[in-house]
Design a protein around this ligand. Structure first.
Ligand code: NAP
Length: 404
């Protein structure tokens, strides 16, 4: 059977022709997926001279799923992702303030994909608002399952919010203005630690020299403050021989990073937003709670040229879903116009995750060469003087040509 399987140590067994489920996505999803699929197929074919191939399996999720089956996200689709271990998806629509919950958040939570991994690296010569964008090489590890994204919130004036307000008043004396909407912000030791373990392991495996715990623990002491504490604790518990704290760096090593050690440091969230602009080269992996991670990963993506260029993955112990970080950009749906790079680079991340690094490298090099040649989609063309604007599908064609 052509299924990817997992060993007890978490490593993958990848057959030469693995079945990989995909979700095309809504809005611009079909455009960017078609471009991405062609490039992934071509890169695999070229890198392995036809000895490897992906056997794509479409999952009807989102608007397509609703039209065909009446379900936005079926249990069967979730089970299929679990069964095949690695999947890729385009963006999915979420109506604001009413109706269905975000399908993206639901997929992450139901499959327990607890790390949202977003590498942010400059691709020369993508236009950037930074003076020295080449200094940016960070990877955000965002906790994906809890924080205010846990989905526990109640409308102002609802029975639930009224009773929570009454309970807090009675038991703690908290003086809350009622009526009020109430949202719950859970952060647990177990979920924080598994995220930080994944972040440190990634830094070790990929030669990044620091892991920064990003938090707002000065204000939210028992949630974000403990995110920081548990982060340091698990670094000591699991990586004592491979990590040092920033204090130790100065006390024992005079500020000179010893070979083979990852420095664990922490920064308050608002300050980190300044630092990634002013001194980006001081940061490697950033491990953070859900909401901080949502904000900082988009801000960092802007520093290297915007959301159209930012790849991402949601990874758990059982399976992983690779995805474009932007949304469905409905005004461009069906126009064959937008930049498919975010999904293409997410596909390259997926190939790396499968151990097909040669194919991933082919894609990254060809994408960079295409941008360097000045053949780009509208979003980059409006920022690069003399660039030639091409359609989404034409951009894919140029990348395929460069892989030749
Ligand atoms: P969006 O779809 O990301 O689009 C916002 C703007 O970003 C676009 O108008 C465009 O800007 C730019 N953009 C996004 N993707 C691009 C691409 N591939 N190439 C070039 N430019 C791109 O954000 P939104 O309008 O806030 O959200 C629309 C829907 O997507 C919502 O239903 C939201 O819930 C959903 N969403 C889904 C995901 C996901 O599936 N993971 C993530 C975020 C949002 P310009 O017009 O300025 O060129």
């Amino acid at each position: 059977m052509n299924k990817i399987t997992k060993n007890s140590d978490g490593s993958l067994n990848v057959p030469d022709c693995p079945v990989i489920p995909f979700i095309e996505g809504d809005g611009i999803g079909p455009d960017i997926w078609n471009a991405t699929r062609q490039i992934l197929d071509d890169a695999v074919e070229k890198a392995y001279e036809g000895k490897k191939e992906i056997d794509w399996l479409e999952l009807d999720v989102g608007e397509k799923g609703f039209e065909k089956t009446g379900e936005w996200l079926s249990d069967k689709a979730l089970q299929t992702i679990k069964e095949y271990i690695v999947a890729i998806k385009g963006p999915l629509t979420t109506p604001v303030g009413e109706g269905i919950r975000s399908l993206n958040v639901t997929i992450r939570q139901k499959l327990d994909l607890y790390s949202c991994v977003r590498p942010v690296k400059y691709i020369d010569p993508v236009p950037s608002p930074m003076k020295a964008p080449e200094k940016i090489n960070m990877v955000v590890f965002r906790e994906n399952t809890e924080d205010v994204y846990a989905g526990i919130e109640y409308a102002s004036g609802s029975k639930e919010s009224e009773s929570i307000i009454a309970f807090l008043k009675e038991t703690t004396g908290a003086n809350l203005t009622a009526p009020a909407g109430i949202g719950i912000k859970p952060m647990s030791e177990v979920n924080t630690k598994r995220l930080v373990v994944a972040a440190i392991q990634y830094a070790i495996d990929n030669g990044l020299d620091s892991v920064t715990l990003m938090h707002k623990g000065n204000i939210m002491k028992f949630t974000e403050g403990f995110f920081r504490n548990w982060g340091y604790e698990v670094a000591r518990e699991k990586f004592a021989d491979k990590t040092i704290t920033e204090d130790e760096l100065y006390e024992k090593y005079e500020g000179k990073q010893p070979e083979g050690k990852v420095v664990i440091k922490d920064r308050i969230a608002d300050m980190l937003f300044q630092q990634v602009l002013l001194r980006p080269d001081e940061y490697g992996v950033i491990a953070c709670p859900n909401l901080n991670g949502d904000y900082i990963s988009d801000a960092l993506a802007a520093q290297v040229g915007g959301l159209g260029m930012a790849p991402g993955a949601n990874i758990g112990d059982e399976c992983a879903v690779f995805e474009a970080t932007h949304g469905t950009a409905p005004k461009y749906a069906g126009l064959d116009k937008v930049n498919p790079s975010s999904l293409i680079l997410s596909g390259a991340m997926m190939l790396d995750y499968m151990g097909w690094n040669e194919a991933a490298a082919l894609i990254r090099n060809a994408l960079q060469a295409t941008v360097k040649a000045g053949t780009v989609t509208y979003d980059l063309a409006r920022q690069i003087e003399g660039a030639k604007e091409v359609k989404c599908s034409e951009f894919a064609g140029h990348i395929i040509e460069k892989m030749g």
